[in-house]
Design a protein around this ligand. Structure first.
Ligand code: SF4
Length: 477
């Protein structure tokens, strides 16, 4: 749970399973491994070829699936699952995914990770045309568009529907006898394929394959509609072609370090971020510590390159349940104190490099700096393994508004003074991109304002103009 931490949130975790006995249990295990991608609700739909079964609940995977009986009641060798994070008050159960509908060709269920950016107008057009929506989620728009498609095949219906919708999406869909994994043409969100003894698994991150015991096969490619059926694997392609723009923040912060995403190991990329950070911003210090857990790997990279000893100077309490966010800053500080504590024996009289992966508002790191100084640190040198965040995200990460981003209006020196650290160094854009891949192909919009697909005002009609609607834009999980 990271609700009190000053980090981007949102995103969702998705899984689809094909050809596995008790597919619900595999889906549950995958969702368990993907818990960090969404904690508001969790759900699974299965098919035994005759019937479909669905269960979803609010909270963590454990809360939604409190016993084996529920999982056993979800029969069949085909499953799709979803962990949801929602950004607004819409975390009610009706918005829990996977969504399940019956249409001409039979049952269809869908899970979505990402954010559509033009569905507001499309949805209005559909409603004017008589469509009845069951949820407030924009994911449902895909199902309505597929239901209207006259294409003869599910993959082609997906293709037609997603030819109308724009944005960031990795999707998992199931029918009674097939599963599909789909990524948008820019490949914003990760999605990969695994295999175990003839069964196939499509998951957001490869750490989910590890828990299932499946082998990583490959990424689902940007723009690919991957169909898995009794006939094997078949790829269809979305009509739109675009340059790859994978979310670099998945490597910086969001994905698990034991995952492979975008065909690269997160651990390797994150260590390189730390190494590049030391090259750009060396410090005279006695120890390097991380802001656990997401900065651990980058801090190790920094320590390795600098030759300064890595120490555990902050302890994170992993057993904190949901904490309610109070509007008062003091309450926020309390929320941080609940989650972190400083190790005095490590920090006392030391010159300390603190590595953090990102700074959003600056609230958490300001408090942690105070805590580290309170434990006796002589100097605090903050190093951030990403550039200053100056723009919000429209592609599935929940950032605060631009005004709330500390780096949007303040210089690095002003931020240093506000945080109360002796020195502050952010990794450069080049240092970040180079650490992740020499070939590029990443979205860096929250650092640069260069949006690959910019929400823009404009009329959107059911007639499928590719205009983008910002009036009703709401990031979704
Ligand atoms: Fe990722 Fe930032 Fe791009 Fe959003 S704007 S997709 S967080 S890199």
């Amino acid at each position: 749970m990271n609700d009190a931490l000053d980090k981007p949130k949102s995103n969702c975790g998705i899984v689809a399973v094909f050809g596995q006995e008790d597919a619900s249990i595999s889906a549950y295990q995958a969702l368990y491994a993907l818990q960090h991608r969404g904690q508001e609700s969790s759900g699974i739909v299965t098919s035994d070829g005759q019937n479909v079964y669905r269960h979803a609940g609010l909270g963590l995977v454990n809360n939604a699936f409190p016993n084996l009986r529920i999982l056993k009641s979800l029969k069949g060798k085909i499953a799709v699952g979803h962990n949801r994070y929602s950004t607004t008050g819409s975390n009610m159960l009706t918005n829990a995914q996977p969504f399940l509908v019956n249409f001409r060709e039979g049952p269809l269920a869908i899970s979505h990770n990402g954010n559509f950016i033009n569905t507001g107008g499309i949805r209005r057009g559909l409603v004017e045309d008589g469509a009845i929506f069951q949820t407030t989620s924009d994911t449902e728009v895909v199902l309505h568009l597929m239901a209207r498609s006259k294409e003869p095949h599910i993959a082609l219906k997906i293709r037609e529907a997603l030819g109308i919708i724009q944005g960031a999406y990795s999707l998992a869909l199931v029918t009674s006898d097939k599963i599909y994994g789909v990524r948008d043409p820019r490949g914003w969100r990760p999605l990969c394929l695994g295999e175990k003894e003839g069964a196939y698994f499509i998951v957001s991150e490869s750490c989910a394959l590890d828990l299932i015991g499946a082998e990583y096969v490959r990424e689902v490619q940007p723009g690919e509609i991957l169909e898995v059926s009794d006939c094997g694997l078949k790829s269809y392609w979305l009509a739109e072609r675009a340059e790859r723009r994978a979310c670099i923040f998945e490597h910086v912060y969001f994905s698990r370090p034991d995952s492979k995403i975008f065909d690269e190991n997160v651990d390797r990329a994150r260590r390189k971020l730390g190494k590049n950070l030391d090259e750009e911003h060396p410090a005279e210090a006695d120890i390097v510590i991380s802001v656990p857990d997401s900065s651990n790997t980058a801090a190790l990279g920094y320590a390795t390159r600098s030759g300064i000893r890595f120490e555990i100077g902050l302890i994170r309490n992993h057993y904190v349940g949901r904490t309610f966010i109070h509007p008062e800053q003091s309450a926020r500080d309390f929320n941080v104190r609940v989650k972190f504590n400083a190790v005095e024996g490590v920090l006392k009289d030391r010159r300390v490099v603190v590595v953090d992966d990102s700074i959003v508002r600056g609230t958490t790191i300001k408090h942690l700096t105070r805590m580290i100084r309170g434990a006796g640190a002589r100097e605090v040198h903050l190093r951030v393994s990403s550039p200053p965040i100056t723009w919000p995200c429209y592609y599935g990460m929940d950032f605060p508004t631009k005004d709330e981003l500390i780096a949007s209006a303040q210089t690095v020196e002003e931020i240093r003074a506000y945080l109360g650290v002796d020195s502050l160094g952010y990794l450069s854009l080049e240092g970040m991109v180079n650490a992740v891949s020499e070939e590029g192909g990443f979205c860096t919009a929250c650092f640069t304002g260069n949006y690959p697909l910019r929400p823009e005002k404009g009329a959107t009609k059911l007639q499928y103009e590719k205009k983008i609607d910002t009036e009703n834009y709401q990031p979704a999980g």
